[in-house]
Design a protein. Structure first.
Length: 332
């Protein structure tokens, strides 16, 4: 029997996941929840998302599109969560642990739940009693815009259950998507969060005039900072040079499609945080993440000068020029 999969979220990465699942040759039935009823009606009539990746053809039956999350997920065995972390609580409002019981939950969210200061897996385990063995994490490097263009991309699928990871990875393989599997749900999630913060730092540095040489040093330090933090959080054997860690950091720090880098660039150019957010009209996950990481790291006390500098600029309103000059004295 075909597996039933629900995708929760209406943005560019959710649209890309819909495309990947649809283009994959394994039989499955796809359901899609979006908050905006006008967007659903547009998709039903014109077969593309009006606001994100509008070139992607949507191949989902009309009846499988809904704004009613409780009804939509009821028949599904697999649920892909794909909303910004800051909006996850609102998206799951009205959903009880019983509604998710026995289902496999896939996090395609690269962020931390604000106020909770938890990665998505921890949040689901605590508030919805989802066993960690039933949680899957999707990590990059993989920009939605390149998925839409069918540029060759790679995904790492992480789960404590290797068979579960492999089964879901098989549902994502296409001619333009290759997959790897991992058992490191903590490291891949936290690395995905951290790379957004480092992409903001990268954008800030570019905005205030630093060049490629400094950028290379910044990112070299960023992957070491990542390694120190994930080792403190969850010390297992991992290779930080793998694509789920270093690869995702590189693409987010350098790509023209990186909204976190764009956000940082605007801040470096003199935009206020609020004006940069309004101008972009998209969520830069790193903005919320750096505050959460700042709070989490009070317990672990990992040396994280790049995260500290970004936090000081975004939340303490310190001068980007001064903070990056101070940071440059700490990098090696």
């Amino acid at each position: 029997m075909h597996k039933k999969i629900a995708v929760v979220g209406g943005g560019s990465w959710a649209t890309a996941i819909i495309k990947i699942l649809s283009d994959n040759l394994i039989g499955k039935e796809i359901y899609w929840w979006m908050r905006n009823p006008e967007s659903i009606e547009h998709i039903r009539h014109y077969n593309h998302n009006p606001h994100y990746l509008s070139s992607v053809e949507i191949k989902i039956p009309d009846e499988n599109l809904s704004t009613n999350l409780k009804e939509l997920i009821a028949p599904c065995e697999l649920i892909v969560l794909n909303v910004p972390a800051a909006f996850l609580k609102a998206a799951l409002a009205g959903i009880s642990p019983e509604d998710l019981k026995g289902k496999k939950i896939i996090s395609a969210i690269k962020g931390i739940v604000p106020d909770e200061n938890m990665i998505i897996g921890e949040f689901l385990n605590k508030h919805y009693q989802i066993p960690f063995s039933d949680i899957i994490v999707i990590s990059g490097p993989c920009h939605a815009e390149e998925v839409a263009l069918e540029k060759l991309s790679y995904l790492t699928i992480a789960s404590q259950d290797p068979d579960l990871a492999a089964d879901f990875a098989a549902m994502l393989n296409t001619r333009y998507i290759k997959t790897n599997v991992s058992d490191d749900i903590y490291g891949t999630e936290y690395s995905a969060v951290l790379k957004n913060i480092y992409a903001i730092a990268s954008g800030i540095c570019r905005g205030i005039g630093y060049g490629d040489n400094f950028q290379a040093v910044l990112i070299s330090n960023a992957i070491r900072e990542t390694s120190r933090f994930v080792e403190a959080i969850h010390p297992i054997q991992r290779d930080i040079k793998e694509s789920a860690y270093l690869g995702d950091l590189l693409v987010t720090a350098y790509s023209q499609f990186s909204r976190n880098r764009t956000f940082g660039f605007m801040v470096g150019k003199g935009y206020t945080v609020t004006s940069a957010q309004l101008e972009m009209n998209m969520i830069a996950e790193g903005y919320y993440a750096v505050n959460c990481l700042h709070q989490i790291n009070k317990a672990f006390k990992v040396n994280m000068p790049i995260c500290r500098a970004v936090y000081a600029i975004l939340y303490e309103r310190h001068s980007p020029q001064i903070e990056m000059k101070l940071l440059s004295e700490q990098l090696t």
